[in-house]
Structures are given as C-alpha cells and as structure tokens.
Design a binder for this molecule. Structure first.
Ligand SMILES: Cc1ncc(COP(=O)(O)O)c(C=O)c1O
Length: 391
C-alpha cells in the first residue's frame, strides 16, 4: 500500500536519527536535544501520584479538567491582562504539538498555504502537509533571525490562510520585539489571515527582556495562542499543552481534538495544575542556569575558528554560522558526530534557509558543554588542516 500523497514530501527526521544513534552510547555528548535536562520538580510529580491514589484515572472532559483551564486563564489574565473564558476559550491538549495540529486541521482547505519560518521548528511544515495544506517558507536570517514583515508580505498569495510565529524561536533562539510583531499582525488583518503563535519558550528569555505575548498586542480575534508545560516545567514526557483562542475559532479546533485524541492524560493534567498553582522558584532557577550556559556556549563557540555565533536572547539553542568550513551543515553535523562524538543538529533540518548553520542545544550541564565544545574545536581544527572538502 502506498502512503498518502500528502505524506510523500515528509522526510524522516535527521535530528531524531542522530538522537537515536546517540542514545545508549556513553561517550557521546548530545547538544541535540530539545528538552530541559532537569527532572520535573517533585511537587509536580507528587500531584500526579495523588491523582492516581484518588482514582483520577478516567477520561477527563475533552477540553481538559476545568480547574486547569481556570488556572491557565488566570495566569494569562495576571501576566498579560488577557481575558480568556476558561470554559470556551481554553482547551488542554496532548502537548503543544497537538495544539498546532488542531489549529491547522481546523481551518485549512486542501492546498491552502501556511507561512512558516525558515529555519523554524521541525514539525511545522510536516504538520501543515498532514493537515492538507502547503507550507510556504518565510526566510529568517541572522544575526537577529526575526521574521521580517516585508518577507511575510512577500510570501502572501491568494491561497495564504495562516502565519506561524514562534518567539522565542526554535532553532535560532530569536526573540522579536513588539513593533515588527504589530506590523505582522496588521498584515494578517489586511489579508484576513489567522496567526498561530507558538510561545512554548515563553519563560526562556534573557538579558532582562520581557516576553511579548502576541494576543496581548491586540487582534485577538485572529490569534491562536499555543503553549504547554514541556519546557517551562521540564515536563516533556507528560504531554500537556493548551490552546487559547476566541470561542468562534475554538469550536472548530475542539472538533479536531475531540476526534483525534479525545483528551489528554488525566493524572498529567492534575500535575500541570500543580505546576501552575505551586511554587515557581524552579522556573526561575532553571532559566538562570540556562542563561549561564547560554553565555558559556556562545563564548566557547565564538572561540572556534570558522564558527560565528550571535548571542541568542531566548529558548535554549545557539545557532552559529559555520559557513566556510567546506562542508554543508548536514555533512558537518555528521562529521562532528563521527569524529567528535558530539550530537548537533544541522541547520537544514529546520528548513533550507538553515543551511550554513548548526543548532546547538545547551540543555546539558556546563561540564558537558565545555567538553563537547572542546571536542568540536579539535575536530574542526583537524578539518581545517586537511583543507576544503577532505572530511
Ligand atoms: C517551537 C516548539 N513548539 C512546540 C514544541 C512541542 O512541544 P510539546 O512537547 O508541548 O508538544 C517544541 C518542542 O521542541 C518546540 O520547540
């Protein structure tokens, strides 16, 4: 049986392949992962255990337990002055990944175009295709990696239905200020586009910057905010995410969610509730540690000849330019894996405009980061001494 036509352009994930190769090899250091290396805080785990002991093992309401939706509504009200109705405008789903899929599947007609950042998070383009749409790249380039309003405008056609935004960004670590985001919202308004704002790295902003929550800028009627607990609370394996959107949009997304996953894990939702309601020191401490690692990794990478690493202001990725080493980014990632036993991700895993870059995740200890970058340095020096295209 042949797979469906819309799946044919979806390539197996290179990042996943290196991840699989690295798993179980003790001498390999991974700077490839997209999740905090910290364990979920104990009080959150305890809440899940309590939920199990109390017999909360049944299906939850499709949109998630009301207590959690209320806590999400409260946090957006307190932190950004937003007013989402927990009953009709917030839905708890299986990670931000499902949130993105619901948003796409609910509104795309076959062939509709979705503007996606390039380089951008690895699942955006495949998710668009699975939902029947066509991903259209909006190039984002260094050193700031913002999505320029003029590039958005340029990519719009009659078929454009949605724009995907993701700040802080995976893979570039970019954070975008209010003004150009406003302009993108204005463009979306002029062309009647929906905007999906993936704010999963919301808490990972540095240098005293404040996260810009897109719907807080206005145009709430067209913004679908997606977020989750994976990164902020080191809860990637729990699979809890959520969508905040006006009820007119939520009704359609609810149909997708109800019929695709029905509801997310019930004890995990009680744990997520504890994450929001319980002490937040963990988040602050984790982000402070990521900030230290960020400074370390940028400094060390910039000391390697052939690497140029702008300082990212968000998320936990550095995205150095590695042009001029004579290898494309996939060849270089492969070489570093073989030679240095360090896993990195080639920029092209995130779109063709990622060529010439590596994504370096600093979700690893400072000690491992030092060791890994030292190994990279030695491997790169060896490569350079051999001359172009000799690896
Ligand atoms: C930008 C971005 N969005 C969404 C996700 C997926 O999040 P979740 O674990 O909540 O499905 C990731 C995970 O790496 C991500 O980097």
């Amino acid at each position: 049986m042949r797979e469906a036509t819309r799946l044919r352009e979806i390539q197996p994930s290179f990042v996943r392949r290196l991840f699989d190769l690295a798993t179980g090899s003790p001498d390999v250091i991974s700077l490839g992962v997209g999740e905090p290396d910290m364990a979920t805080p104990p009080h959150i785990c305890e809440a899940a255990k309590r939920a199990l002991d109390e017999g909360r093992t049944h299906y939850s309401p499709n949109a998630g337990i009301l207590e959690l939706r209320q806590a999400i509504a409260e946090r957006y009200s307190n932190e950004y002055g937003l007013d989402y109705d927990p009953e009709e405008e917030i839905m708890v789903v299986v990670g931000c990944t499902e949130a993105i899929f619901c948003a796409l599947a609910a509104f795309l007609e076959p062939g509709d175009e979705v503007l996606v950042p390039d380089p951008g998070y690895i699942t955006y383009a495949p998710a668009v295709r699975i939902a029947g749409g066509r991903p259209v790249s909006v190039p984002v380039s260094g050193p700031d990696f913002w999505m320029r309003p003029e590039e958005v405008e340029r990519a719009i056609t009659e078929r454009t239905k949605m724009v995907m935004l993701n700040f802080p960004s995976n893979p570039t670590g970019a954070v975008m200020p209010e003004r150009p985001l406003h302009e993108i919202l204005d463009i979306a308004g002029e062309h009647d586009l929906l905007v999906i704002s993936d704010e999963i790295y919301e808490k990972f902003v540095y240098d005293g910057l404040e996260h810009v929550c897109l719907p807080a800028l206005g145009a709430t009627e067209r913004v679908i905010l997606v977020n989750g607990f994976s990164k902020t609370y080191a809860m990637t394996g729990w699979r809890v995410g959520y969508i905040c959107a006006p009820k007119e949009l939520m009704r359609a997304m609810f149909k997708v969610h109800q019929n695709v996953t029905s509801s997310t894990n019930t004890p995990a939702q009680w744990a997520a509730l504890e994450a929001l309601r319980g002490p937040q020191d963990f988040v602050r401490e984790m982000v402070e540690e990521f900030d230290r690692r960020r400074r370390l990794v940028v400094r060390l990478l910039n000391s390697i000849e052939g690497f140029e690493c702008p300082t990212p202001q968000g998320a936990f990725y550095a995205f150095p330019s590695v042009d001029g080493l004579g290898l494309n980014s996939e060849e270089l990632a492969n070489y570093l894996f073989e030679r240095a036993k360090v896993v990195t991700s080639p920029g092209t895993a995130f779109g063709r405009h990622g060529e010439g870059h590596l994504r370096i995740s600093y979700a690893n200890t400072q000690e491992n980061i030092k060791l890994a970058v030292e190994r990279i340095r030695q491997a790169v020096e060896e490569l350079r001494s051999r001359g172009p295209r000799m690896a």
